[in-house]
Write a protein that binds this ligand. Structure first.
Ligand code: NAP
Length: 203
């Protein structure tokens, strides 16, 4: 399959690209600073991506920015970033991808554990992750041409926890999390929020 991975240089995206490559798929990595450029906040750049990369079987987003901050420190700009980048960036990606991905192909977005398990600092991210999950479940009911749309909900990733100075013990490695993205592309899921922790444990 020919698969676009947006955010392919990031912690999750690089693991996803590696896992798909190991399964023999052709991965086209894209991001704001990658060789193939796209900015989820810029609809025209998403259109340009699909105009330049043809015959796509699947699109995966491991991208989108969000603000993790105490509730009382969150600013209007923080909420705006979350909504504009991670939430509407991925919604627009899905809306545009529907016109370009091959019949029977798939679109996989990224939400996150904070939709199900809130924690201090996560209010803005819980908001958009929950919104994305609602979008995926409903959009799946109206996918044309046999297309599928799903989202992976990663837990805290060990590599990220190390970067943030947190104990990585309870986290999941990016490689283990990547298994959920591979399952979303290769499986038959439709409108599913894939629990990366459960899938990595073999559920
Ligand atoms: N890591 C975790 O613990 C964790 C847990 C739950 C959910 N998530 C979610 O998983 C996703 C990926 O997380 P990550 O930890 O892998 O992040 P990351 O290491 O920061 O990587 C994200 C990648 O996305 C690209 N990107 C960011 N904004 C973009 C945009 N507007 N358009 C196109 N590309 C963009 C960046 O590359 P450029 O700078 O080149 O654009 C970056 O390489 C995020 O949505 C995050 O909220 C992560």
């Amino acid at each position: 399959m020919k698969i676009i991975v947006i955010g392919s240089k990031g912690i999750l995206g690089s693991a996803v690209a590696k896992a798909l490559g190991a399964h023999g798929h052709e991965v086209v990595g894209a991001s704001r600073t990658g060789d193939v450029k796209v900015d989820l906040e810029d609809r025209a750049s998403v259109e340009r991506l699909f105009a330049s990369v043809k015959d796509i079987d699947a699109v995966i987003s491991c991208a989108g920015e969000a603000a993790f901050k105490p509730l009382l420190a969150l600013t209007d700009a923080d909420y705006d970033l979350c909504i504009r980048s991670k939430m509407m960036g991925q919604v627009w990606l899905a809306r545009i991808a529907v016109d370009h991905v091959k019949d029977g192909g798939s679109i996989t977005l990224t939400t996150g554990i904070l939709a199900q398990k809130p924690m201090p600092g996560g209010a803005a991210i819980s908001l958009i992750n929950s919104g994305l999950e609602g979008f995926v479940r409903a959009a799946a009911l109206e996918m044309p041409r046999g297309l599928r749309v799903n989202a992976v909900s990663p837990p805290w990733i060990k590599e990220t926890m190390v970067k943030l100075g947190m104990d990585p013990g309870p986290g999941l490695s990016a490689d283990d999390c990547a298994k959920a993205y591979v399952a979303a592309v290769l499986g038959k899921h439709q409108g599913t929020i894939l629990d990366a922790t459960a899938l990595a444990a073999g559920a």
